[in-house]
Design a protein around this ligand. Structure first.
Ligand code: ADP
Ligand code: MG
Length: 151
């Protein structure tokens, strides 16, 4: 499924729709796309859509930013600056993954096999001044969510 997004506001709205579609089940969502594609913008929309009123910082240096909304932990990872996949071990990735939580991961390829396979892969590509956003469901959970999105 794919959708053409022509403005940042639409990307925020799409993030909010994705959050609604996830409902109360945990999920692992990989976000692919070049720098400036709009991955963090999508996550910002996701969190705002769930009612998060505070800041959404890009976890460029911290690697992970934790949130908790309606008792659901949400972890926003940005692995761009990960020195190597094993750094995820030091970060305590195993403890994170044991929780029923929503994982939104930018630059997941840098985490290699330290990350479990995702439920959904989102790819964002530049399309003129807009963005082409593709959703690919990888598990039954992911399929449910993408169907809910109804693009
Ligand atoms: P990433 O996390 O993929 O590196 P960001 O979300 O941090 O990207 O930044 C995306 C940038 O592109 C922002 O500065 C945003 O204002 C801009 N932008 C322009 N058009 C769009 C669009 N259609 N969707 C999302 N962001 C857009
Ligand atoms: Mg980002």
């Amino acid at each position: 499924m794919e959708i053409l997004i022509s403005h940042e506001d639409e990307m925020l709205a799409l993030g909010a729709r994705l959050a609604q579609a996830c409902g109360h089940s945990g999920a692992i969502i990989f976000l692919h796309g070049e720098l400036g594609a709009g991955k963090t913008t999508l996550v910002r929309g996701f969190l705002r859509g769930l009612g998060h009123a505070g800041k959404v910082k890009s976890p460029t240096y911290t690697l992970v930013e934790p949130y908790e909304i309606d008792q659901m932990p949400i972890y926003h990872f940005d692995l761009y600056r990960l020195a190597g996949p094993q750094e995820l071990e030091y970060l305590g990735i195993r403890d994170f993954l044991e929780r029923n939580a929503i994982f939104l991961v930018e630059w997941p390829e840098r985490g290699a096999h330290y990350l479990p396979p995702p439920d959904i892969e989102v790819s964002i590509d530049y399309a003129g001044s807009g963005r082409l956003v593709r959703f690919e469901a990888k598990t039954a959970t992911g399929k449910n969510t993408v169907t809910q999105l109804g693009l």
